[in-house]
Ligand binder design. Structure first.
Ligand code: SAH
Ligand code: DHB
Ligand code: MG
Length: 214
């Protein structure tokens, strides 16, 4: 699925997916799921962030077939756990198959349903690391939940924050681009967050990485 030259270069040099991840992608493709999982090298960044922060509790919003979930789960401390939220039962079913294939099923809990509803049920729990990667119009709401469910020192990562430049002046009525544009403004202006943004997909999109300061 890696379509870009620099992506190929990075994966050839620093390492790429193993047979488990490759089989997960094949199964997802056979079942007609879109190939919109994180590029492997972005998954590797997620792993580095989880390992260096020694995260034990991860929250992921948007599972698809579990590609990023498996990479995150592999980076967890031995006793670590990940909760991942997915709307589509078909996606969740494939994700559960992925988790068994990868041998991480004990570390992963998938909650099926609209993420905002699932997030309301997580009140009282605390996470060290949040990965936001579901429906784009809801990113501002997901940020509020992420801030509520984390502590000082926690990491909040969001995928697809540039959308091929569409966030600069989003067309009125495009809820996805407007959602990301608002999300970026909220992240940037929140005094509780310090944020860096890195280009992904050869600069066509970006991923933001924020540390919760207080
Ligand atoms: N993080 C995954 C990719 C997620 S793709 C990876 O990198 O491997 C986005 C997913 O969000 C899709 O599976 C989609 O079904 C799900 N989604 C869309 N709207 C949602 C909602 N309201 N609540 C929860 N999940 C949602
Ligand atoms: C697309 C890519 C993503 O990373 C995502 O989370 C959702 C959609 C896309 O290319 O359409
Ligand atoms: Mg994404």
């Amino acid at each position: 699925m890696q379509e870009t030259t620099l992506s190929n270069y990075v994966q050839t040099l620093y390492g790429s997916e193993d047979d488990v991840l490759r089989a997960m992608r094949a199964e997802a493709e056979e079942n007609g799921l879109p190939a919109i999982q994180v590029p492997f090298e972005l998954g590797r960044l997620l792993q580095v962030l989880v390992m260096q922060s020694r995260a034990r509790r991860i929250l992921e919003i948007g599972t698809l077939f579990g590609y990023s979930t498996v990479l995150l789960a592999r980076a967890l401390q031995p006793e670590g756990r990940i909760t991942t939220l997915e709307l589509a039962p078909k996606h969740a079913e494939l994700a559960n198959s992925s988790f068994r294939r990868a041998g991480v099923e004990e570390r992963v809990e998938i909650v099926v349903g609209p993420a905002v509803e699932s997030l309301n049920l997580l009140a009282g729990q605390t996470f060290d690391f949040v990965f936001i990667d579901a429906d784009k119009a809801s990113y501002p709401a997901y940020l509020e939940h992420a801030l509520r469910l984390t502590h000082a020192g926690a990491t909040i990562v969001a995928d697809n924050v540039w959308r091929d430049g569409a966030v600069i002046s989003p067309a009125a009525g495009n809820a996805d681009n407007e959602g990301l544009s608002e999300f970026n403004r909220n992240v940037a202006s929140n005094p509780r967050l310090l944020t860096a943004v890195i280009p992904t997909r050869d600069g066509r999109d970006g991923t933001s990485v924020s540390v919760v300061l207080r």
